[in-house]
Design a protein around this ligand. Structure first.
Ligand SMILES: CC(=O)N[C@H]1[C@@H](OP(=O)(O)OP(=O)(O)OC[C@H]2O[C@@H](n3ccc(=O)[nH]c3=O)[C@H](O)[C@@H]2O)O[C@H](CO)[C@@H](O)[C@@H]1O
Ligand SMILES: C=C(OP(=O)(O)O)C(=O)O
Length: 421
């Protein structure tokens, strides 16, 4: 398994191009199952999760043509007749569950392996299941697979989520586009990736209103057509690279970055004493004199502080002046980076869903283990600030969500290399 070696202490300078969003692409790709006509996606990130989704869709009969090194994808589901999403592919990635809604809507049946628990929490599917049941599906768990059927097709329904789940909102939105009648989703997730999905579905001919608010209304139509859609900027990759100069010093411009994508995160950076400005091409970040200041952070659904930036923020706060309290409210087991940061000299006390970080003067390089996607990148960022060499082992999670991280950081002056193993 590959490792990433980082030598800390070099200030950064230059520009980093931010890619299209993994979490948007992973719902836009299965959305193409809803149409018999081709859909073109541009600004697709080059990630192993995208390759996994490609493999899954191909197993369902979707023709996927990748152009420009994968940056553009043409997906055609005209001959996609298979309705079973196999465990061997689904187990690799939670987002595989996003084929459930589209398959049910188009074929009135689907057999989808449960993705299973993962490192950051249990992540059940109950909200997806009960919402699709309210739309007329019968769903049964057998042999680790959800067996779903909707004789005569799905029907519009009122769906109220007890948690504003991103994936459940996406599955129901997609399913509702071809259902008979009107579906109203209450307490819908409001993430930019939901807005992006609605935009793409609308270009395909869907009738959707209210995306970006807590109530989304979808009037079912008979069929969807073709469309071309550019994937929204990855706000998590953006936030990650915005932090890089805070760790290493210097200044970085994140091309394609927009403040509306990272509002709550940018507010915390501002409170921590980080300089942030909008430019015609993106967002520029530099660290003001000396250390960042401690800030308290609570993860929340959008527009709150994203859980997917909590690990990176914690790493930054390890060397901030003062004590910071981080509360993780979305996933019950998302502090696995903490003991690895402690190996680098951080002072962190974790009690349940709360981590208290007492800022230290500096971190020291160490061999560390990457446990999940955002934990992996938090350790790389910590390595940029640390004295000496940090070896981040087991980085396969990283490639799920970051394209060419060593090239992007290397281009702005970081001493970073990948060692194949
Ligand atoms: C591919 C993708 O877009 N992944 C993102 C998506 O994951 P994902 O869509 O899986 O996350 P959800 O918003 O569904 O999860 C939020 C919370 O709801 C719980 N829950 C969810 C569904 C359900 O049926 N029952 C239930 O209890 C989860 O366990 C979790 O505690 O949103 C998360 C929260 O912003 C992000 O961290 C992930 O990066
Ligand atoms: C948790 C994440 O992804 P996924 O939902 O695909 O596991 C993430 O992107 O940080």
């Amino acid at each position: 398994m590959d490792s990433i070696i980082v030598k800390g202490g070099t200030p950064l300078g230059g520009k980093i191009q931010i890619a299209g969003a993994k979490n948007a692409a992973l719902t836009l790709m299965p959305a193409t199952l809803l149409s018999e006509e081709p859909v073109t996606l541009t600004n697709v990130p080059r990630l192993s999760d995208i390759r996994t989704m490609t493999e899954l869709l191909q197993s369902l009969g979707v023709e996927v043509s990748a152009l420009k090194g994968g940056n553009v994808q043409v997906l055609s589901a005209h001959a996609a007749e298979e309705t079973t999403a196999d465990y061997e592919i689904v187990r690799k990635m939670r987002a595989s569950n996003l084929v459930l809604g589209p398959l049910l809507a188009r074929h009135h049946k689907a057999v989808v392996s449960l993705p299973g628990g993962c490192a950051i929490g249990a992540r059940p599917m109950d909200l997806h299941v009960s919402a699709l049941e309210a739309m007329g599906a019968t769903i049964e768990l057998k042999d680790g697979y959800l067996h779903a059927a909707a004789k005569g097709g799905l029907k519009g329904a009122k769906v109220h989520f007890s948690i504003a789940s991103v994936g459940a909102t996406e599955n129901v939105m997609m399913a509702a586009t071809l259902a008979k009648g009107t579906t109203v989703i209450e307490n819908a997730a409001r993430e930019p990736e939901i807005v992006d999905l609605a935009k793409c579905l609308r270009s395909m001919g869907a009738q959707i209103d209210g995306e970006g608010t807590s109530t989304i209304t979808i009037d079912g139509v008979d069929r969807l057509g073709s469309a071309s859609h550019a994937v929204v900027t990855d706000r998590i990759e953006l936030g990650t690279y915005m932090l890089a100069p805070v760790f290493a010093g210097g200044e970085v411009e994140c091309l394609g970055g927009r403040l509306d994508l990272v509002g709550a995160f940018a507010d915390k950076l501002h409170d921590a004493g980080v300089d942030l400005s909008e430019t015609p091409d993106g967002l520029k970040v530099s660290r003001r004199n000396g250390r960042a200041q401690a800030v308290d952070v609570t993860t929340e659904v959008f527009p709150g502080f994203p859980t997917d930036l909590q690990a990176q923020m914690m790493a930054m706060l390890c060397t901030a002046e003062g004590t910071s309290v981080l509360e993780e409210k979305i996933f019950e087991n998302r502090f696995m980076h903490a003991p690895e940061l402690v190996r680098m000299g951080a002072n962190i006390d974790v009690q349940g869903g709360t981590a208290t970080v007492h800022g230290v003067d500096r971190l020291k390089g160490a061999p560390v283990m990457a446990t999940d996607l955002r934990a992996s990148v938090s350790l790389i960022l910590a390595g940029l600030a640390a004295e000496g060499e940090t070896i981040v082992n087991r980085v396969y999670h990283l490639d799920r969500g970051y394209e060419h991280v060593e090239e992007k950081l290397g281009a702005v002056g970081a001493k970073i290399e990948r060692v194949s193993g």
